[in-house]
Write a new protein. Sequence first.
Length: 161
Amino acid sequence: MTITVGEPVPAVTLKHLADDGMQDISTDTLFSGKKVVMFGVPGAFTPSCSEKHLPGYVGHADAFKAKGVDQVVCMAVNDPFVMKAWGKEHGVDNKVFMLPDGNAALTKQMGLELDASGVGLGTRSKRFAMVVDHGVVKTLAVEEDPTQVDRSSAEAILATL
């Protein structure tokens, strides 16, 4: 079942690569007491993700802050090293938090997994974006075609705030 508006983000602990090494981060920590925009992509360094999706959120980071968003999070079913390198390549700095879901644990619990085994990518995340307020999903936009960035674009999500 896909997560729906009004439901809490599942409690999951993931790994991310901080400046001082590998660390755990829980969804409770990410979302508790905050307004967060999280978008999910099928894969770091893939064409639509690298050319449209991530750059849109990096470019509009200040606009999100102006609308009361505390943090923008980019999630992908990739390992922490890949997510850190992808963020560095796109100059995310502190504009977007790069959240690796290496085992697809959060992706699966939200019901947003994508079977990309036909193109050699295995289990990935559907392309989506959501607004989460104090841990509860307020807006959810899932793309039907994972190569398209329409409903889940930074501009589309900004328009919902």
